[in-house]
Design a protein around this ligand. Structure first.
Ligand code: ZN
Length: 292
């Protein structure tokens, strides 16, 4: 009997040295519009243009990881124990980057520190790089109905086949890994049918409501793995082990997206659409951070 061992291979990137994004000398990630003599013309976080003479150019990455929210005006949800979502999202995103790089993947975060970063710029970073995938890390506000299992939600664009598959794989890994922890889990809304993998349409346009899955031209998902408004989940989110488990679930889902044709699971049809102008993520009143 012969056995065949398949060694997973990380797809090679075509490193052509063309700068598509830049990490500025102050650590800010910006999309590159063009290379100019001695520097780069870039889009700033607040969608202005400027020329920078220093920084670390990035030509390609496999995956872009986005830590949702940021800056004093857009902290996102705040846990019952005072955990701020923008900071938590970044900590989980940094774990994801570290684990993916250890597995051989090249990764860029949309932000590495705490500042205002409109959704249009987050998507532009991923689009300009032409990455394979974009994962936006978030945590749910409020609370919901009691559930026997983690009420993790992952959102994808309605018509993105590969975004949907990635969402299903991350959701599968999230429920499996987080269920090892003890909590009074909740799932929403009110224990209803939207827990799981789904999409959310804008009732006014019929298009995807969330800019983080609508704007990227690559498969993109938003993870809402745990509820900051639920006291027992918020307590877990204070522990490094639980944050690492969330990151491990994201990484396991991404690696399975690359290495298998597994379909994922947890898909549900949305039970409602959103009929509002939404809150946050725009450029109004945006003040750029120091770019160096
Ligand atoms: Zn959020």
């Amino acid at each position: 009997m012969t056995t065949t061992t398949t060694i997973p291979v990380v797809p090679a990137l075509d490193h052509d040295e063309e700068a598509r994004a830049l990490i500025t000398s102050t650590g800010i990630v910006v999309p590159v519009l063009e290379t100019v003599i001695g520097g780069w013309r870039v889009r700033t976080p607040c969608q202005n243009e400027t020329v920078l003479l220093a920084g670390t150019p990035i030509d390609r990455v496999h995956v872009v990881i986005d830590a949702g929210h940021g800056g004093s005006a857009e902290p996102g949800a705040v846990g019952v124990n005072g955990i701020v979502e923008s900071e938590l999202n970044l900590q989980v995103a940094l774990h994801v980057e570290q684990l993916l790089e250890a597995a051989g993947y090249e990764v860029l975060l949309t932000r590495y520190s705490d500042y205002r970063l409109p959704i249009i710029t987050r998507a532009e970073i991923a689009n300009t790089l032409g990455a394979d995938l974009l994962v936006s890390i978030h945590h749910n506000a409020g609370t919901a109905g009691a559930s026997p299992a983690p009420g993790s939600e992952v959102y994808h664009a309605r018509d993105s086949v590969e975004g949907k598959r990635l969402a299903g794989l991350i959701r599968e890994e999230a429920v499996a890994q987080l269920a090892d922890f003890e909590a009074d889990w909740v799932a929403g809304p009110d224990g209803g049918p939207d827990e799981g993998v789904t999409y959310r349409l804008d009732a006014r346009t019929g298009d995807d409501f969330y800019g983080m899955v609508r704007r990227p031209t690559i498969p993109a998902v938003i993870t809402e793995m745990s509820y900051l408004g639920n006291p027992t989940e918020a307590a877990l989110l204070e522990t490094p082990g639980y944050r690492l488990a969330e990151a491990e679930a994201v990484v396991a889902g991404i690696v399975r997206w690359y290495e298998t044709e597994d379909p994922g699971s947890g898909f549900v049809e949305p039970s409602y659409q959103i009929d509002s102008s939404g809150g946050g993520g725009g450029t109004t009143g945006c003040v750029d951070p120091e770019l160096g």
